[in-house]
Design a protein around this ligand. Sequence first.
Ligand code: C2E
Ligand code: MG
Ligand code: MG
Length: 269
Amino acid sequence: MQEEPLKQLSFSSEIRTAINSKQWQLYYHPIMDIVSGEIYSVEALVHWVHPKQGMINPTEFIQLAEQCALIIEIGEWVLRTACKQAKQWLDIGIHLHIAVNLSAAQIQQEGFSDLVLDIIKETGVHPQQLELEITETILMNNLDIASEVLNKFHSKGISISIDDFGTGYSSLSYLKQFPISSLKIDRVFIKNIMTDKYDKNIVNSIICLAHGMGLKVIAEGVETLGQLNLLKNMSCDEIQGFLLSKPIDADNIISLVKAKKIVGLRLIS
Ligand code: C2E
Ligand code: MG
Ligand code: MG
């Protein structure tokens, strides 16, 4: 029983070392337009290149990094690296939007919106290329500060998405007041969409709700062509998931976009 806190303590000191020696790598997860089959954006997912354990997925360490407030430094590195990457792609003629996940601590950080605008200026990326993802829980728990920060981003042309929609709690009256451009439906609802009529109805209702509010809908965790076709029939706008690709590094994104591997998926329309 005493092992857990000790493990956490050594893990958090390892995260500190990782921050100092920048043991991070961004992987990018493509998002596809369901009608055109084109990839217009990718989501940056931070991975820990651990000297002994190898590549560690974000699910293994983000929560702990949030608990010990180290996410602020990691988050700044992620934002800067993702923006630099989007600019590099732009320079070789690949126009991609880049989505970056935000934590509550970042939104609450003093001067956060200025930091984001400085990073945009410094890296030369267009503000319109940047999309910031926050969960509904972060939004609802930080109403005042989120309103100020998100409105500032919106006025500069940066888009905001609500991540993992359906798993937290949202007040629709608040949701409609924020300058949000899209909802990402959590993959728990997509997983059994072919067999569970309740999940199918939930997803259909979220799509209608989002469209009624003028928002775009992205389905997360799409793994099969059946799910893709069903979502297309429901007028979902975009999909993300292992059907297209697992999260991959920057070079592989170039190959994927250039090879138009996704063409195979367009044939089903
Ligand atoms: P998320 O933003 O909702 O990212 C989606 C997660 O679902 C990713 O896991 C991705 O690999 C996984 N996923 C996507 N499609 C599929 C699919 O078809 N099937 C299955 N089984 N899984 C799929 P990952 O990379 O472990 O990321 C977990 C979470 O870590 C992310 O959830 C996000 O909340 C957080 N995260 C990642 N990078 C960052 C970051 O830079 N900053 C912050 N604050 N959080 C991050
Ligand atoms: Mg996300
Ligand atoms: Mg998500």
